[in-house]
Write a protein that binds this ligand. Sequence first.
Ligand code: NAD
Length: 260
Amino acid sequence: SLKGKTALVTGSTSGIGLGIAQVLAAQGANIVINGFGDHESPSQQILQAGATHNIRTAFHGADLSKPAEIEDLIAFGGKEFGHIDILVNNAGIQHTSPIDSFPVDRWDAIIAINLNSVFHTTRLALPAMRKANWGRIINIASVHGLVGSADKSAYVAAKHGVVGFTKVAALETATTGITVNAICPGWVLTPLVQKQIDALAQKNGVSNEEATKELLQAKEPSLKFTTPEELGALAAFFCSPAGDNIRGVAWNMDGGWVAQ
Ligand code: NAD
């Protein structure tokens, strides 16, 4: 059980982050919620998931492209709950374009949100974890932290960076009760991926259903999406005592994507 522990899940107002927050809440963790858009309904869903444990949630809308706002976010978590025990670095964005025409501002935004924010949250959350001699840092990387795909230069660069950073953070905490690992999902049907399905449907003049099938067939041998709940279960496993000596892994959950 994670009763008494506090988890910060960045980007937990939607998709994978929301799913992971619900699973950790169901195990009794209090949740610091972060992300853009409506936070009322995600907060209700997370509270409901943790209802049997009477968990608490608190929301902070830090923009993770801004280091000063990340400092506020970590300080807020400390003020509300004492300190953050579990840090799930999940917030991320995507933009697809060939390198020659990749918009420079999209490159900068992806590196800032998908990579730099992981450095900032980690450096700021580590001191309290060291004091407690317990902590879990779980970085939601991607199969694109392990292999490439055309038109995703910034995303693939950022996610490979996250996997590299995960290994170094795991080494620097190797003799402590803090573990640092990455999870590398294949396709998960969230708003981030629906946008790519919409683009494919438009490009090929096919239905949403056809485009979804094409998207899976191109990369994911299982022809099935991984779900936020499944990713939450893996995160919860890393948080359990069985995860005490799992350090610096990049664990893919991808329907066979990187086995090819
Ligand atoms: P999503 O768009 O559903 O959710 C992204 C979350 O991040 C939202 O809560 C959003 O508000 C938040 N966010 C975006 N920019 C932010 C910023 N500047 N500051 C704070 N919060 C911000 O996307 P998702 O598919 O759930 O993706 C979550 C993570 O999983 C991302 O890191 C993504 O790269 C990764 N991932 C997704 C897939 C997939 O197939 N969906 C696969 C592999 C990895």
